[in-house]
Design a binder for this molecule. Structure first.
Ligand SMILES: O=C(O)C(=O)Cc1ccccc1
Length: 324
């Protein structure tokens, strides 16, 4: 059975070097699987019960890489992925894919809309379909599943206590459910960003339209600490595309930060900004530099090109040598 895509594939990006076996958030039929098929159509697919298990499969060598959800244009970060990348053995993001997502309400054959009291789905799908649930299924309760397809698989069991799943339409075909409503997201233009993760090693080459991801831990808490971090990017003309604070787990008010910025660590301005953060912070974890799925190149501020940095370094060297 083939994945039937109802949305135009305008964000296609093939990863430059193919991977034989990729772990992903399973089971078969998730949005994550759809993203993986676009990124690496020829790879062997290894479904995993959650994001942590998919990343661990890369860490322990069972898979050559993984594809996991990172953020959604409506719901924001997939925090499970942010935390799994920040802690544990380091991994590298080596690619990304922007998948337009459409949700369907799926149930066992014979179920009618009025009978639906208990809905199972992934929390990110729940928050994006709140309007539909309030209007069409008032009083129904929504229970969290590990993925949209895991929800469909569970609902397919005749003994399941759940009446319906919110999932991609293809999951209904895989698990023998019927589609009671289609395209039920509150916004019709939702996109989810998936990342391809590899073991540490070779970085993708700079392409001129790249993104860099990292996490940074504060050395100490003081007024302006976050502003100081942001300044490292700002003074070098590096544009941020995402910033997220996540609790360190050490107590209320203790946070670390995820940053995505435009450009590649090989770009002087990005490398210098990250070195600046390294001096400022108690720890920085580089999560990868990889081609942007939308292929948008950054606007470079005058004075922040690689040549500008080189010229300034040469000038400083001459001054230090007494050549005033
Ligand atoms: O559960 C899935 O199918 C996923 O791939 C995670 C997810 C859930 C909801 C929106 C986007 C991605």
């Amino acid at each position: 059975m083939e994945w039937t895509d109802r949305t135009p594939s305008t964000h296609q990006l093939r990863y430059p070097f193919p991977m034989a076996k990729l772990a992903y958030l399973g089971p078969q039929g998730t949005f994550c699987e759809a993203a993986l098929r676009r990124l690496q159509p020829d790879a062997e697919r290894m479904p995993c019960p959650n994001v942590g298990a998919a990343l661990d499969a890369v860490r322990n060598g069972e898979a050559d890489g993984a594809v996991v959800p990172m953020e959604n244009s409506v719901e924001g970060a997939i925090t499970e992925t942010l935390d799994e990348l920040a802690w544990g053995a380091p991994l590298l993001i080596t690619g990304e894919y922007l998948l337009p997502v459409e949700f369907s309400l799926l149930a066992r054959p014979g179920t009618e809309l009025g009978q639906i009291k208990r809905i199972l789905t992934h929390p990110a799908a729940h928050t994006q379909c709140r309007g539909f649930i309030e209007k069409e299924l008032p009083g129904a309760v929504v229970i969290a599943a590990s993925s949209t397809a895991a929800a469909a698989q569970e609902v397919a069991s005749p003994a399941s206590p759940y009446d319906a799943a919110i999932s991609p339409a293809i999951a209904g075909e895989y698990y023998g459910l019927v589609e009671l409503a289609s395209n039920i997201g509150d916004r019709k233009d939702t996109v989810t960003r998936f990342v391809q993760v590899s073991p540490p090693g070779r970085l993708p080459e700079p392409t001129g339209a790249d993104r860099t991801s990292l996490v940074a831990f504060l050395r100490d808490d003081h007024p302006g600490a976050l502003l100081e971090m942001l300044s490292e990017f700002a003074v070098r003309g590096v544009n941020l595309s995402r910033i997220e604070s996540r609790p360190t787990g050490d107590g209320i008010g203790r946070y670390f930060f995820h940053f995505d910025c435009e450009g590649h660590i090989a770009d002087a301005r990005v490398g210098e900004a990250i070195s600046g953060l390294y001096r400022l912070c108690s720890g920085v974890r580089f999560l990868g530099s990889y081609p942007r799925a939308d292929r948008v190149a950054p606007k470079i501020k005058p004075g922040t090109t690689d040549t500008d940095f080189e010229t300034a370094a040469e000038w400083l060297a001459r001054i230090r040598a007494g050549q005033v």
